[in-house]
Design a protein around this ligand. Structure first.
Ligand code: BES
Ligand code: ZN
Ligand code: ZN
Length: 491
């Protein structure tokens, strides 16, 4: 699908359905663009108020006009623009129409033409996403496809900047699409080998360095955390390192991703209700792949090393058993008191491995704890960090992208005795279960000596049970927009 930018007024420049954006007023909807006034007074008589994501589709001669509410002026934000565009694109597609034209709104509360155009393009592209590759769609469904979107700027001087915003959105949406596809894909198709192939494909396309270490070698090399989890699985585990290293990089970031392609719980097997959702336990790994793809495509001036541990967590005759002790790559030994707390085991090796690159910052992404779903629900990523500046920058990137984070403390009381084993250096679960998200992070922290590190628990945010204007039900692709925003802002 093509997105183009043209200069003029909506009405003069119109390709397909014209999208009017309406502000919610006290009595009538109003518009940021004076030329929309007459139309809005008309639709207000139908009861249309301009509430966020409210729509009304009207015929106008041979054409169509779609009015989309964006809510009250005081609440205007880039995220609402993103939502409006997602709502508009989907409404047009649902009608079986092919093209739409959206004005690039201009208002202080929103920012530059580049930022607004980026938000519109992102909202539309991400909103139109569907995971339908495993369906045999009937012809009429197949043909429901948006072919083109035109963005209009009123000032000729804004066109170039809007085009830059669109190009950025296209790179990001392509990466989020990959991330979502990998997460929505079932575990019989998205195996550790498939994740490795995906990393190699990114490496080939953007000329990155990629090394993949399969299970047999991991055993020899001492990756005890990954091996402990992987030894019960039939699909061979893969340890994936994808290195984007541009000339004159301003900083080095290591991004570690939990890539459990299916989490049965292992011998401490999970209850069967909703177990199918555990295909999304590789959402951290998928976000790392998406971030590297977008960063390389956008030529961001920072080095980024993606480090992914990919494996199923399965019960079997060769699976690790409760009480087993494993020796992680760092040398620290862990008593595995619950085989379902496997994410921290594989990540401990990833975090330790990151040290060899001497990164300025290390960030891990993981669907790590059910406790995070309870504590923060689906709107906030759990952030735990040992570096104030990094935490502040991630928080700010979260606000800007609306992939918001909420920080939890790493007080020493949550570590120490809580995660100490009688017979090994650490135990992988506490005996109380209290503060499960934080104690999991304290376990990870034991493998981050010398690193400026942040941990993002995306268990609650990586999968959407309810659709939103630019996030369909299922995989969200959380983390990609957040990290690209962070990495775009240099050191
Ligand atoms: N993958 C799960 C965490 C999870 C739960 C993610 C729900 C998404 C939705 C993780 O491996 C796990 O099972 N954690 C256990 C830890 C416990 C045994 C200490 C949990 O949260 O119950
Ligand atoms: Zn688990
Ligand atoms: Zn898990």
């Amino acid at each position: 699908m093509r997105i183009q930018v043209k200069t003029g007024r909506l009405g003069q420049v119109q390709d397909g359905v014209a999208v009017f954006t309406a502000l919610e007023g006290e009595e009538h909807p109003s518009s940021l663009l004076p030329s929309h006034g007459r139309l809005l007074s008309l639709v207000s008589r139908s009861g249309f108020r301009g509430a966020l994501n409210e729509t009304i589709l009207l015929p106008e001669g041979k054409r169509w006009v779609l009015v989309v509410g964006i809510g009250k002026m005081k609440d205007l934000s880039l995220d609402r623009v993103r939502q409006m565009a997602g709502t508009a694109a989907k409404a047009v597609r649902a009608q079986g129409l092919k093209r739409l034209t959206i004005p690039v709104l201009s208002h202080r509360a929103l920012g530059s033409a580049a930022e607004v155009a980026q938000a519109i393009a992102e909202g539309a592209l991400l909103g139109l996403y569907r995971y339908d590759k495993l369906k045999q769609l009937p012809k009429h469904e197949q043909s429901r496809r948006i072919e083109g979107i035109t963005l209009v700027v009123e000032r000729a001087g804004d066109a170039a900047s809007a085009r830059q915003g669109v190009a950025k959105a296209e790179a990001i949406a392509e990466a989020v699409t990959l991330t979502r596809d990998l997460i929505n894909g079932p575990s019989n198709l998205v195996t550790p080998t498939r994740l490795a192939d995906e990393a190699r494909a990114i490496a080939r396309r953007y000329r990155l360095k990629c090394t993949v270490t399969p299970f047999a070698q991991l055993k020899r090399l001492g990756f005890g955390g990954i091996v402990g989890v992987a030894q019960g699985a039939t699909h061979p585990a893969q340890f994936i390192v994808l290195d984007y290293s541009p000339a004159r990089a301003k900083a080095t970031y290591a991004l570690c991703g939990k890539g459990i392609t299916f989490d049965t719980g292992g011998i401490n097997i999970k209850p069967s209700a909703k177990m199918e959702l555990m295909k999304y336990d590789m959402a951290g790994a998928a976000a790392v792949l998406g971030t590297l793809k977008a960063a390389a495509s956008l030529k961001l001036p920072v080095r980024i090393i993606g480090i992914i541990a990919a494996t199923d967590n399965m019960p079997s005759g060769s699976a690790q058993k409760p009480g087993d002790v494993l020796r992680t790559l760092s040398g620290k030994t862990v008593e595995v008191l619950n085989t379902d707390a496997e994410g921290r085991l594989v990540l401990s090796d990833c975090l330790h491995y990151a040290k060899r690159f001497k990164p300025d910052y290390t960030i891990d992404l993981a669907t790590l704890t059910g406790a995070c779903v309870v504590a923060l629900g689906s709107e906030a990523i759990g952030l735990m960090a040992n570096d104030e500046r990094l935490a502040a920058r991630i928080t700010q990137a979260g606000e800007r992208t609306r992939e918001r984070v909420w920080r939890l403390p790493l007080w020493e009381e949550f570590g120490g005795q809580m995660i100490k084993s009688d017979i090994a250096d650490l135990r992988n679960v506490t005996n109380t279960g209290e503060a499960g998200t934080i104690t999991a992070a304290k376990f990870l922290e034991a493998f981050t000596e010398g690193l400026r590190w942040a941990h993002l628990d995306i268990a609650g945010t990586a999968w959407a049970e309810r659709p939103k204007p630019y996030v369909p039900k299922g995989a969200v692709g959380i983390g990609v927009r957040l990290l690209i925003e962070l990495l775009s802002n240099g050191k």
